[in-house]
Design a protein around this ligand. Structure first.
Ligand SMILES: Cc1ncc(COP(=O)(O)O)c(C=O)c1O
Length: 456
């Protein structure tokens, strides 16, 4: 009864907040569930007191996000050795956020040109869409030459995945998305919120801390024909375990046999190996086979554009005519969601990829970032194996690639890492090596060994 708020007169403002605290000047009241209090007056003034229970009272407190919530807890910790290995964001050796030089240069170019802030078309900045598709498939690729790719700028990787999820829900009713077990925490949320059914295929083998390739293949084979198979293009999150080139061929064979639709999530192009082309090879292998596929891209990690929310969804179709229709539907999905995408990040990417000098500089900077992560990976392995006196094999740390290492620590052990050692990480045992410095490798090694051996 919103109108009851209008009848509020002389009650204390506190009465608005707590329906059981009634202004003594007004008198005894009745509190019935969601009903507001109708006061029986002691004074001559008769009034209704607006102490209605909130219309939002049924909402419970949502749990903190399993990844972003880790950073909140980290900020509250004052211990000098604290380490944030939760979120996958690149840090310098001093553990500070890093803005790439090429990004600063691209932004300067934008200022010099005095570009305007007019709305972008729904599908995004044309120069960005061209650059992003070329980066992914290769400028000379057949799919681009034949104009078979529908590319739409998205709100980073997450927003691009969400556009595709809605496309699936709308035009493939009942089709399932197969997701690796485990996967990046937000995948399930994205498909749940879009109303797309999903199930998991085996991926991680805890015995070997490696890929359960046989399990993966048999689960993909067992899925209903025409399912979407979500694959991490490179640097699988959270495990850091990627299929070998030979295994990718077998995965493509099975997907083709079953008439499934591959759906790649490419959030780390260039970050896994240090080479943009090498990290796109899985996607290109599928595209070269003439398959139809979806690919979500993100520039959060490889250009450090986390908060610019810049990415794209690409749908490779059997003909350019189908691609045009698919693109029109993606635009139709985007329009009521956010109307049109932001321009700043799109211009940065277009400027960097579009200028041969900046493009080469970017590749160098990316190689430095990927190199720093590789070197702390090696240093962590060396520290652990030097300190560790049992025969446990830690070589998985070196075999994994990308930003993350899946330590194999269970929930209780991961909790010990935080409560005893002030090392913040996700409870599935994943650590982001991008947040580790060489100087803290020894400390982290002690924490891992202690948690592994002394917490069951
Ligand atoms: C596998 C994977 N996909 C997508 C994303 C999307 O990130 P963003 O929305 O910041 O681009 C991430 C980020 O961590 C990721 O790890």
């Amino acid at each position: 009864m919103a109108s009851s708020l209008l009848s509020f007169a002389s009650a204390s403002p506190l009465a608005l907040l707590d329906p059981l605290k009634v202004n003594p000047r007004i008198g005894a009241s009745t509190f019935l569930g969601k009903n507001f209090i109708k006061a029986k007056p002691f004074t001559r003034t008769s009034m209704s007191v607006a102490v209605e229970v909130s219309k939002f009272n049924e909402l419970t407190m949502a749990p903190p996000d399993p990844i972003l919530g880790v950073s909140e807890a980290f900020r509250a910790d004052t211990h000098e050795m604290k380490l944030n290995l939760g979120v996958g964001a690149y840090r310098t050796e001093d553990l500070q956020p890093y803005v790439l030089d090429v990004v600063k240069k691209a932004e300067n170019l934008m200022l010099e040109r005095g570009e305007n802030k007019e709305y972008l078309p729904i599908e995004g900045l044309a120069a960005f869409n061209k650059a992003t598709a070329e980066l992914l498939f290769g400028a000379e690729s057949v799919v681009l030459q034949q104009q078979r790719v529908a590319t739409v700028q998205g709100l980073s990787g997450t927003g691009s995945l969400r556009l595709a999820a809605v496309l699936i829900e709308r035009y493939f009713p009942g089709a399932k998305v197969l997701i690796s077990a485990p996967t990046w925490g937000n995948h399930k949320n994205i498909f749940n919120d879009a109303g797309v059914p999903w199930s998991e295929y085996r991926y991680y083998d805890p015995k070997t801390v490696g890929l359960d390739f046989d399990g993966m293949i048999s689960d993909i084979k067992a899925a209903p024909a025409g399912s979407f198979v979500l694959l991490h293009g490179c640097a699988h999150n959270p495990t850091g375990i990627d299929p070998t080139p030979e295994q990718w061929e077998v995965i493509a064979d099975v997907i083709q046999e079953k008439n499934h639709i591959p759906f790649f999530d490419v959030a780390y192009q260039g970050f896994a190996s240090g080479s943009l082309d090498e990290d796109a090879s899985s996607v290109r292998l599928f595209a070269d086979r003439g398959m139809e596929l979806l690919v979500a891209q993100s520039y959060s990690k490889n250009l450090g554009l986390y908060s610019e929310r810049i990415g794209a969804i690409n749908v490779v179709c059997s003909s350019s005519e189908v691609a045009q229709r698919v693109k029109s539907q993606l635009k139709r999905i985007a329009r009521p969601m956010y109307s049109n995408p932001p321009i700043h990040g799109a211009r940065i990417v277009a400027n960097v990829v579009g200028s041969p000098d900046l493009f080469n500089e970017w590749k160098e900077e990316m190689a430095v970032m990927a190199g720093r992560i590789k070197s702390v990976r090696k240093k962590l392995y060396d520290s652990i194996t030097e300190k560790e006196k049992t025969s446990k094999d830690w070589s998985f740390i070196l075999k994994q690639i990308g930003m993350f290492s899946f330590t194999g620590l269970n929930k209780a052990q991961s909790e010990n890492m935080t409560s005893k050692w002030h090392v913040y990480m996700t409870k599935d045992g994943r650590i982001s090596l991008a947040g580790l410095s060489a100087a803290k490798c020894d400390y982290l090694a002690d924490a891992i060994i202690d948690s592994y051996h002394y917490v069951s």
